[in-house]
Design a binder for this molecule. Structure first.
Ligand code: TEU
Length: 561
């Protein structure tokens, strides 16, 4: 058992624009975060991952950086940042930051200079190509709809942007670019931060020669993930970054890598690879997408057997070889309680159920702001209330394709990223206590019932359940390091597994639905001798036989030995 602090930690993700506004401009800020550190300390978390806080024109809420070594004006100053880091450390909380190096903002001085002329010494900092047959260089589709190529009138060339046109991709083939990035990474690490979440790191290398993606239908743009995801050279670059920079520090590193399974993930996180500690995988985030990874907006119902299959595969393939980063929520995903739970009749129960799952798997659990109080999706009637560039681009493209308004809005309500980006609901005062001004995006209308003040005051709340789960992790090593074994693999409603290490064994029983199925445990499990450590229903402890009925969204954690 290879023990590490980052395996034993619970991470809390902050989306600073929506966390807490201290100065009334309607945008969250660093002083706002500082004012809530005690709340986070009480929750019991060990690490904060803060989404980008760098200088940015904010086309993609900070993921378009115009100065890597300055703080976004709306968030505060570098002095505020130093204070945040010191205050977090003083409470024993570590801080990791987003490292966004697949692209910069189109307002970054490097890009301004690169764009200024074909002979600019920084021309090669980005990816410039000539068009083909009067159109862009190839048919690759951007993550945010349309082509990945933007025509630049003055030079007559196109530049590459996998995300929005305001996010030109850096050219990782240029050693000068790499040196600049290393310098910046060292600068932040020397300030004393505790690691990074590597944004879109799977995409920094693109297919040699930028070939068209196969498309029998000859459409102008097609999904082309295989052309710029998880290519072999990414690993060379990460190993080099480790050798020259990261290995000198004691860090938590987690990569954002969509489009891979656990075997391929081991290339990033295998103990002997010296690349990253963990990666965020996306397979379970595609359970409700009709065509898997190639389009999030076409919906389908998810099913539990598939979830079991995916998560069990990640649990077993990585065991002893790598480490999982477990999550259901982040700033790019709809709220899990609305997506995989039931935010109408069983909001609290299902939020607790999902939490039990994420916190009792092998791997480091990630909690996204608001998840700990059971925040839900929103439904704004008008597209004008949405802010996310991905949503707005999708809406525009879909309208052009004459998809009915109703279908588009339904997709946005289910899958849009703004579901996760509405302001944190602190109390029942106007604007949920997030700001004294007008928030940059509307507050979810359910804040009078769903808010942190109410949750902290109610011992039966989702918040207190998270506290208990986090405390349980600290008390039982088996939750961190235990071997995962799936039980009842074909049960369509109950997800059950054990975790074992040394002499200890835990049993986790999760009823993922509203119905009340009978749970029939295998003979090897002796519930009579078991101790119920945690449950989201009172009275669960009364069951002792081999068969019993589970309540809607019931979760139980037992200690078997
Ligand atoms: O997301 C990256 C991202 O969305 C893709 O890498 C992902 O593989 C794909 O969407 C899977 O469906 C990150 C940030 O988390 C996001 O907020 C930013 O908008 C994006 O990068 C650009 O920086």
């Amino acid at each position: 058992m290879n023990k590490k602090w980052w395996k034993e930690s619970v991470v809390y993700q902050i989306y600073p624009m929506s966390f807490k506004d201290s100065d009334g401009d309607g945008i969250g800020d660093l002083q706002g975060v500082i004012s809530k550190l005690d709340y986070l300390k009480d929750l019991g978390i060990d690490v904060i991952w803060i989404c980008p806080i760098y200088q940015s024109p904010n086309h993609d809420n900070g993921y378009d950086i115009s100065d890597y070594c300055a703080i976004m004006d709306a968030f505060g100053t570098m002095k505020d940042f130093d204070e945040l880091l010191a205050e977090a450390h003083a409470r024993g909380i570590k801080l990791i930051m987003d490292l966004v190096v697949n692209h910069t903002s189109d307002e970054h001085p490097w890009f301004i200079e690169s764009r200024s002329s074909k002979d600019s010494p920084k021309r090669d900092y980005y990816v410039w190509r000539q068009g083909k047959n009067g159109g862009p260089p190839n048919n690759w589709e951007s993550f945010f709809s349309g082509s990945v190529w933007e025509y630049d009138e003055p030079s007559g060339d196109y530049y590459l942007h996998l995300f929005s046109k305001h996010q030109p991709d850096l050219n990782w083939k240029n050693p000068e670019v790499i040196e600049e990035i290393y310098k910046m990474v060292r600068w932040w690490l020397d300030k004393g931060i505790d690691g990074f979440r590597f944004d879109a790191i799977a995409h920094i290398v693109k297919a040699e020669g930028f070939p068209d993606a196969d498309d029998p239908d000859n459409r102008p743009v097609v999904p082309a993930y295989q052309m710029f995801s998880n290519l072999e050279k990414v690993h060379d670059l990460l190993r080099d970054l480790n050798r020259k920079v990261l290995l000198n520090y004691d860090l938590m590193t987690v990569g954002e890598t969509s489009g891979l399974g656990p075997e391929q993930a081991l290339c990033y996180i295998g103990d002997e690879r010296h690349e990253l500690n963990m990666v965020f995988q996306f397979e379970h985030m595609q359970l409700d997408a009709a065509f898997g990874g190639t389009g999030k907006w076409e919906l389908r119902p998810w099913n539990l057997l598939e979830l079991k299959q995916i998560m069990s595969k990640w649990q077993t393939v990585l065991h002893g070889k790598g480490w999982n980063a477990n999550y259901f929520n982040n700033h790019d995903q709809p709220r899990a309680v609305s997506r995989f739970g039931n935010d109408k009749l069983y909001r609290k129960e299902s939020a607790k159920l999902l939490a039990t799952f994420i916190h009792t798997l092998e791997g480091t659990p990630f909690v996204y702001q608001g998840e700990e109080i059971g925040m839900t999706n929103v439904r704004f009637d008008s597209i004008d209330d949405y802010r996310d560039v991905e949503i707005l681009n999708y809406y525009e493209e879909a309208r052009k394709e004459r998809i009915p308004e109703e279908t588009i809005m339904k997709a946005i309500w289910s899958k849009g990223r703004d579901n996760a980006r509405t302001p944190m609901q602190w109390d029942s005062s106007p604007q949920a206590g997030f700001t004294s001004g007008v928030p940059w995006i509307r507050v979810n209308a359910n804040y009078p019932e769903v808010n942190a003040e109410e949750a902290v005051a109610d011992p039966d709340s989702v918040y207190h359940y998270y506290r208990r789960l986090i405390a349980l992790r600290k008390a039982h090593e088996v939750i961190v390091y235990g071997d995962y074994q799936l039980l009842l693999p074909l049960h369509p409603e109950i997800y059950a597994y054990t975790r074992s290490c040394n002499e200890s064994q835990l049993l986790v029983l999760l009823n993922f639905f509203e119905r009340q199925p009978v749970c029939e445990l295998p003979d090897s499990i002796e519930l009579e001798k078991a101790e119920l450590l945690l449950s989201n229903y009172e009275g669960s402890s009364l069951d002792s036989g081999r068969d019993f009925t589970m309540q809607p969204y019931e979760a139980r954690v037992y200690r078997l030995s």
